[in-house]
Design a protein around this ligand. Sequence first.
Ligand code: GLU
Length: 277
Amino acid sequence: MIKAVESDVVERTRRLAAAADRVVVKAGTNSLTDDESNLDDEKLDTFVDGVVSLLDRGKDVIVVSSGAIGAGKGRIGQTGGTIEESQALSTIGQSHLMRRYTESFERYDRTVAQILVTEHDLENPERFTNFRNTIETLLEWGVVPIINENDAVATEEIRIGDNDMLSASVSIGVDVDLLVTLTDVGGVYTGNPKEDPEAERIEAIERNYSAVESIIDESASGEFGGIRTKVQGARTVSEHGIPAIIARSDEPDVLERIAIGKPVGTIFVPVNGDHDD
Ligand code: GLU
């Protein structure tokens, strides 16, 4: 049984999310590719439209984008069974992905920058300082940083889901005010929504987190396992006082709706050391 978060707390968090000056938006592979693992121009353009709507409101936006391995598969028609193959595919897909982002943002005269990192870069203080300085400079210049894991060198980071932790580390490290994780499910559910028609969306997560965690442990399997790292990433961020939202990438105007404080997906209330009920 998941206890609902008090409505005024949810409302306050939505307003906080809407007012965010600096936002990390994470897009997963499914949000950018089609069934044949080709980059889907329409999906990518729609995502970019949403990011630009935030930029037009004067917000700084940092994109964390997956899709390199996926796009690589579609590009050369390989499925990539081994780690070595996935790493090689990421290098093919990453440049293709950036070409498409460059073109898509050019529709709005916006410039993008590619940053590839591993968790190790973020853990090393000196490298992390350089990373943060680069981001700050790009944002000052009005350029949109697009971050992905450096899959070619990061064997243990290649598992699907790690960009969720990457976006959490980036959110905390560069002092953003909101993390939005866009995915192919509409948030966090009381079961696996792809298998269980009774599964209900959980509107907000705060002190009900332990109950949510146990539900996820029970229902997460196979492909749905992806929700676990998204929840962990969002929770980590909210424990640092930053609101986070997990939402469906193809919900119309999803980023704009967040920017005007509308109910979207599942929102994580900043908890600042509060304990679970
Ligand atoms: N970095 C991988 C890619 O771009 C995806 C990892 C993830 O989705 O977490 O293909």
